[in-house]
Design a protein around this ligand. Structure first.
Ligand SMILES: *Cc1c(COP(=O)(O)O)cnc(C)c1O
Length: 366
């Protein structure tokens, strides 16, 4: 059994993927070839945003957005400590200060009430609040109505980190379109994964889209050798775009399959562990199916003994990581994130989880 099975999907569309990769080998436009533009157009349409700017990873997507907003030393950006390191790392990389805000334990996402509290107590720090990066953790969109309201009130730029969220929905709108700008990742294990690194940014703002395209290619101006700003080498490989196109064609269907598997899990495990909650009006992309239990050690032992793969996302919240020790945080600062890091466990989740795999997993709990 695989935690995330990428082979099953290959059985369905492997031929198409190979055909598309071969096309790239033939035309030879490895950098910014036609497949990149085709993918951007289709992704923008899927998400319902005017522009999609593809890029080299979900990390670069976040980095490029912060660069485009000119965020740097003296600025602070609010995010959650219960996420993958990349979300906060890019803030520090630019010399700005990540400010952590605890999560809601029912959704694992940023708690808007705590965001408001953090903003109210923050004014004395000498830093200028510039942006908020909520994360659609495990595929579930954060509470964007509330977070948008708080960002408008405080004049903050809202960046949706939908690296795990693409395919999810919030009140009829697609993930990646829920803030001022949305970012995602095509890392192989994400809901829409390529066969390497990749990412994308979504915006309705024409000017922002142009700035991002410039940053993506070393701050280019009219031509590549006219450099109008500091940028990066942040492009998505044509081969990865060619791989993503047939995957995107079946993505809707795969997200539906994930709903069925999650529903089945929740029905069966509901009385044994705390199963993930999906608030009314939301749809999760089910990047992960994550349960909580006070008895995690015994659950992990049962999973190991039965040879069922699992993962702990995340075993240490970011405020307790050495990488952020300059922030002066200590144990107890974000009790909900700390509690979740001690009690979560993610179970195998992908669109092709078989009945026999499911039964094998279920047995562990009974
Ligand atoms: C995976 C991930 C990223 C980074 O994406 P990469 O493509 O691996 O750089 C950022 N944020 C979150 C929440 C992620 O899960």
């Amino acid at each position: 059994m695989q935690f995330i099975d990428l082979k099953e999907q290959q059985k369905r569309i492997g031929d198409k993927i190979k055909e598309n990769v071969n096309k790239v080998l033939e035309h030879g436009k490895y950098i910014m070839g036609p497949e990149v533009y085709e993918l951007e157009e289709k992704l923008a349409e899927y998400v319902g945003m005017k522009h999609c700017v593809s890029c080299a990873s979900g990390t670069d997507a976040l980095l490029m957005v912060l660069m485009a907003k000119g965020i740097g030393p003296g600025d602070s950006v609010f995010t959650t400590p219960f996420t993958f390191i990349a979300t906060a790392e890019v803030i520090s990389l630019l010399g700005a200060t990540p400010v952590f805000v605890d999560i809601d334990e029912r959704t694992f996402n940023m708690d808007p009430i705590k965001l408001e509290e953090a903003l109210n107590t923050f004014s004395a720090s000498g830093l200028t609040p510039k942006a908020v990066i909520p994360v659609d953790l495990f595929g579930l969109p954060a509470d964007f109505d509330e977070i948008n309201r708080i960002c408008r009130k405080n004049n903050l730029f809202l960046i949706e980190d939908a690296a795990q969220g693409l395919g999810g929905e919030y009140k009829g709108k697609k993930a990646c379109s829920l803030g001022d700008i949305g970012t995602t990742s095509f890392f192989p294990a994400k809901p829409l994964g390529c066969y390497g690194d990749g990412g994308a940014i979504f915006t309705d703002d024409d000017e922002m889209s142009e700035v991002l395209k410039s940053i993506r290619t070393h701050g280019k101006g009219i031509t590549k050798y006219d450099n109008v700003r500091i940028g990066i080498n942040g492009r998505l490989d044509t081969i990865q775009a060619a791989i993503l196109l047939p995957k995107l064609a079946i993505f809707k269907e795969e997200i539906d399959l994930r709903q069925k598997i999650a529903q089945r899990y929740s029905e069966e495990l509901n009385e044994k562990v705390i199963v993930p909650q999906v608030p009314l009006g939301c749809r999760s992309a089910w990047a992960q199916y994550t349960v909580m239990t006070d008895n995690r050690d015994s659950l992990l032992k049962l999973l190991k003994d039965a040879d069922v793969p699992f993962a702990i996302y995340y075993p240490k919240p970011l405020h307790l990581q050495d990488a952020f020790k300059n922030g002066g945080y200590k144990s107890g600062d974000f009790p909900v994130s700390e509690k979740c890091s001690e009690s979560v466990c993610s179970l195998p989740m992908h669109p092709y989880l078989s009945d026999s795999d499911f039964d094998e997993i279920k047995k562990i709990f009974y």
